[in-house]
Design a protein around this ligand. Structure first.
Ligand code: UDP
Length: 313
């Protein structure tokens, strides 16, 4: 008999979570979306509210949750430096207590659970591009450490629940992801630059703009998460998920200005503390284990993202 999967998405009303919920519904799953709206909005999932397999619950993962599910995607945690540094204690609690609560639920339900970890576990990396076997170069008490160390502790909890309790886990290390439904004020580089360019305001480059990032379009990231959840049972990761195309922040600024048809000038502001200088995923493992690689180039993904922000303004 066909039984429909019940899938819990924590942080489901966030930018990435909302796209994931939508794809899961399209695939016929029953989706339980949990969010405390700390840095997300109901608006992100408004278009899903009348779909019969969709349920939305306001809940903070720092507290236990008792529901019946087959799979859990644990996305809940602010991911933008501006958001996660606003209440750093809460950020750490969300990563650590959230992981413990969701792993406890997975253990009770014998559910499979996927953790969205981050490229931040590599800190300011000393090897390039970053491979999963690299242990990272993280400042354990800096302003980014609430997020970096919180996510590292979560990875360790996931591995221990797996080894100690036999919980089926999957760990994704996400590099920068962008696309429609990013928060316009989350301070991230893609949303900041687009908003500034569309409003004709100066483009704020922190530092000289030579630092690099790799930007993955949200549809590619969601596809990778689905494949990871479905990957062979003995594969837990961690696995890098990101676009290996690497751009300096100055290159990104110039691209965004040109694509928006903007006259914004570029200005420089101080570089935030512990800002990583280079980021680029080695995705050999994702290619091998998931048969996945990103399909959407930066310009291709920026176009709908710019359109989204243009309509919002
Ligand atoms: N950045 C910038 N101007 C902005 C916002 C960010 O130059 O208005 C830089 C930031 O210093 C960093 C890069 O862009 O080097 C990516 O920043 P973001 O906050 O998007 O992500 P993360 O640092 O977590 O990768």
């Amino acid at each position: 008999m066909f039984t429909q999967k019940r899938i819990l998405v924590t942080g489901g009303a966030g930018f990435l979570g909302s796209h994931l919920c939508e794809r899961l519904l399209d695939r016929g799953a029953e989706v339980l979306c949990v969010d405390n709206y700390y840095c997300s909005t109901r608006g992100n999932v408004h278009h899903l509210l009348d779909r019969k397999n969709f349920e939305l619950i306001r809940h903070d993962v720092c507290f236990p949750l008792y529901v019946e599910v087959d799979e859990i995607y644990n996305l809940a945690c602010p991911a933008s430096p501006v958001h996660y540094q606003r209440d750093p204690v809460q950020t750490m609690k969300t990563s650590v207590a959230g992981a413990i609560n969701m792993l406890g639920l997975a253990k009770r339900m014998r559910a499979k659970i996927l953790q969205t970890s981050t490229s931040e576990v590599y800190g300011d990396p000393q090897i390039h591009p970053q491979v999963e076997s690299y242990w990272g170069n993280v400042n354990p008490h800096g302003i980014r450490s609430c997020y970096d160390e919180g996510k590292r502790a979560a990875e360790s909890l996931f591995m221990d629940y797996h080894r100690q309790h036999g919980v089926q886990i999957k760990i994704a290390r996400l590099f920068n992801t962008y696309g429609p439904r990013m928060h316009p004020n989350d301070g991230r580089v893609v949303s900041n630059f687009i908003m500034q360019a569309l409003r004709g305001q100066p483009i704020t480059i922190y530092g000289d703009g030579s630092q690099t990032r790799s930007f993955c379009y949200v549809d590619d990231t969601v596809e990778a998460l689905l494949r990871l959840m479905e990957s062979e049972p003995d594969f837990s990761g961690p696995v890098n998920l990101g676009n290996p195309g690497e751009f300096t922040i100055l290159e990104l600024a110039e691209k965004v200005v040109a694509m928006c048809g903007s006259k914004s000038e570029i200005i420089h502001e101080p570089l935030p503390k512990d800002d990583p200088t280079r980021r680029r995923p080695d995705i050999t493992l994702a290619r091998k284990k998931l048969g996945w690689e990103p399909k959407i180039a930066l310009e291709q993904g920026l176009a709908p993202t710019i359109e989204y922000f243009r309509n919002m303004i």
